[in-house]
Design a protein around this ligand. Sequence first.
Ligand code: C5P
Length: 232
Amino acid sequence: MGKDVIVALDFASAEQVFAFLDRFPDRKPFVKIGMELFYAEGPQIVRQIKARGHRIFLDLKLHDIPNTVKKAMAVLSSLDVDIVNLHAAGTTAMMQAALEGLTRPDGTRPLLIAVTQLTSTDQQSMERDLLIHEPIDQVVMHYAQTARQAGLDGVVCSPLEAGKVHAACGSSFLTVTPGVRFSAASAGDQKRVTTPAQARELGSDYIVVGRPITAAEDPAAAYARCVQEFVG
Ligand code: C5P
């Protein structure tokens, strides 16, 4: 898969999602389904969006004992999604079990990427609550390398970290990057943002874009602008 824009479907109901997707008559965007929508509507929402021809990143961030994650991943794989994720904090055994669960009888599987440290975790909370005392950027890079060694396909990270991740884990290790805005002035609750063009220059493989598209007056135009800037 080449570079692409993934639209975060951060909506609370199927009705809202379909009203939104109906506004894309031409190209079907790659979309991200997160916990809110999945827990509200169940696996059926994944099947329905897939049936409309969208590629899907199912962002459920699994983290449990290896056997439980393996079985849950087998269920997600049967939904025919394109990317799924987990917390690297589950450690190597969990990540390897996840890969086993995801692999279909014919040998194919969705891409599997890892969350390293959540961007809501900072140095202070990591030290205080998790008793991890290394610098957070080293922790993030170590988790990325552990994920790669376990056989995963990439990580979720900031576009600002994409270069370092590629240097540490190889250029084919995917960087899937949220925190994208058309301008710094529209950052909102995202702390460190880049434009789609900057994310491209920094080497992101996929950008995940929510509100700059979902809250735009013309979502299809905002999506087209993202694709133009990021993919060219
Ligand atoms: O609306 P916005 O463009 O900020 O949406 C970004 C999407 O990426 C949301 O679904 C958010 O949960 C997700 N995300 C993020 N930062 C992370 C991981 C995921 O913004 N570190």
